[in-house]
Design a protein around this ligand. Sequence first.
Ligand code: TRP
Length: 466
Amino acid sequence: MTERQSIHGQWSSRLVFILAATGSAVGLGNVWKFPYITGENGGGAFVIVYLLCIAVVGIPIMMAEIMLGRRGRQSPINTMASLSQEEGANRNWSLVGWSGVLAGFFILSYYSVIAGWALAYVVRASVGEFNGLDAGGVQDLFNGLVGDPERLLAWHTLFMLMSMFVVAKGVKAGLEKAVTFLMPALFVLLVVLVGYAMNTGYFIQGVEFLFKADFNKLIYSCQVVNDLEQCEVSGSPLLVAMGHAFFTLSLGMGAIMVYGSYMPKKASIAGSAILIAVLDTLVALVAGMAIFPIVFANGLEPAAGPGLIFQTLPIAFGAMPGGQFFGTLFFVLLVFAAWSSAISLIEPAVAWLVENRNMTRIRAAAWIGLTTWVLGLGTVFSFNLWSEFKLFDKTFFDLLDYLTANIMLPLGGVLIAVFSGWLMKRESSRDEFAMPSGGYHLWWYLIRYLSPLAVVVVFLHAIGIL
Ligand code: TRP
């Protein structure tokens, strides 16, 4: 096969690919979502399942996505179409790309609203609104924000404009440089917060919550109602943990595939995937270690839901020396982390519009931005005007989140695994990976059997069959 070139350009080095992919992986998923879903699902046991999923499902599928992307060198839709032709499979495999584009729209529509909260908190931190606040004060502050549709709308709009701007310029010219130093800075600040958490007197309790496994909590989901704990059998913690492994690594919808299509030929795929997964996991665990001690020290509820970090971290910033500065910096960095993730959610769609509709990146980004912005209104209102409107006991935001993270991404991941493990010829994947045979065989075994099986088992468990 003659080697393809991407019409969209290429990362200048392996390091840049790693930065971009880590920028995509590390985002609100690590700092905002991981703590709140861990809190909702009882801690330790949930975290262990999540870590297992990263290892046996996440890393092999990430390798597969990068491999397919680099071999196809096009948007995921066209990559899947060309590769399936080349490998003698049905062309309809391009549907994996289409479902990914849809999932990207859905995710970005609410991701942008939550990133808007972080933007709002930059302003609040910088004017000293957190100073001396107690748990009640912080809760009022949060409720004041999410209860106000106009404010949410304004911040959502700003974040969408920021994301479209970078995507229009091209991912490479856009965020490449910023990500290089902002992500390490976010990590350092999280470590500072862990330092604060160590002084709350509840550090051990927080860490135990994160790492001490009570496997009953995976089977029963319990809620405290009128001071009584009520438990019911539930299949969802396993599914949520697995879904989050996909979400946090940006897998299952083509984001990593499209980034892989800009990857230099010689760079190691396995090494990059492992490094990205380790960095991403580290950020999530450190965020958890910062947040839970603060939760317990202030008598807050770990299962507080999507507002968790916005109702806990300000207490820490309000109390620590230099908190006004650190608080501002923290939310600025969180915005950057979200920003470098958001662009990867629409890059597959933009690349396709450029390839197939001959659009400029600017036009493509504008159209996609507008569509996503409109869809985002649903999430904006789900926290206020429509908060009572529920389907399957879920608000519009909860539904979108559940549908994407727990269903669409794992499904996309299984299809990617089946394609690269069963339909693609071994010589093809082997040639693209170009890695030692021991590593290749391990990957091949995982992608053919263990990864898809794990996802299917969790699905069946969630619908009550297993
Ligand atoms: N991984 C990002 C986070 O943790 C979110 C994200 C970016 C994503 N691109 C994605 C999730 C693609 C799923 C698919 O915040």
